[in-house]
Design a protein. Structure first.
Length: 252
């Protein structure tokens, strides 16, 4: 469903992402971790087509993001850390607008909007102006705009940041539901980027850790924690190990 091959991004002398490769299958939920400045956001922007790579390729649902960008982008739903919402619009009108700009046929838009309202628990607020909603409901609207065109791939950047505990639990359950769809619904592949490690433990069977632009961990969560270590301990150990290896390489 997602195949990244040697993705790299260079800004002058800075190598922000260094030959990152991985493959994700349908229905996988992967926690994408890394300290600030590790290259997570740059990688996600390349996967969504917002940023061209310096080297490498990305296939989304079989479409090359850089040779066939229109089809590849239609296969991706993206929730950035700050959701792209229009606070003066009502929820339903906003989702209709998003469906239109994402190229959905006019005859399919009403059904698509209704489906995203139902899956994201927004039916009861469909007529509410977005600017009057709570933070939790605005996050739901952000996820709804990401799935309104029913893409097989979802890339979510900090989807629960700033939410209260009840809202966090609701959004986590929503993400789980999107990856394990009921009959007739699309089963989404999800990349979840977050700094909240308990969130990864609660949602993600697989963990990828990127540090200094390089992928340093890519394993099932159960294997990583089998010896009794917490994800926080693993995160600290692997980032420290990578720093030490880089310093040895610089010294050599």
């Amino acid at each position: 469903m997602i195949e990244a091959k040697g993705l790299s991004k260079r800004y002058g002398d800075l190598l922000a992402v260094d030959r990152v490769s991985f493959t994700l299958q349908r229905g996988e939920v992967v926690g994408f971790l890394g300290p600030n400045g590790a290259g997570k956001t740059t990688t996600m922007r390349m996967l969504t087509g917002f940023l061209p790579p310096t080297d490498g390729t990305a296939l989304i649902d079989g479409h090359d993001m850089f040779q066939d960008p229109l089809r590849a982008r239609r296969a991706v739903g993206y929730l950035p850390e700050s959701p792209p919402l229009y606070p003066e619009m009502d929820v339903q009108g906003f989702l209709r607008y998003v469906a239109a700009i994402k190229g959905m046929p006019r005859g399919d838009r009403a059904r698509a909007v209704e489906r995203s309202l139902e899956r994201c628990g927004l039916v009861q607020v469909r007529r509410r102006v977005i600017g009057t909603l709570s933070k939790g409901y605005r996050q739901r609207v952000g996820i709804a705009q990401a799935i309104v065109h029913d893409p097989p791939v979802l890339i979510l950047d900090e989807p629960t940041v700033g939410l209260d505990p009840v809202q966090i639990r609701e959004i986590r359950q929503l993400i789980k539901d999107l990856a394990s769809a009921r009959p007739g619904e699309t089963q989404h592949t999800v990349i979840l980027s977050t700094h909240i490690l308990p969130e990864v433990e609660a949602i993600c069977p697989r963990v990828m850790l990127i540090h200094r632009g390089r992928k340093v961990v890519d394993s099932p969560l159960a294997e990583l924690t089998r010896g009794g270590q917490t994800l926080e301990e693993i995160f600290a150990r692997e980032t420290a190990r990578d720093v030490a290896a880089a310093e040895e390489g610089d010294a050599a």
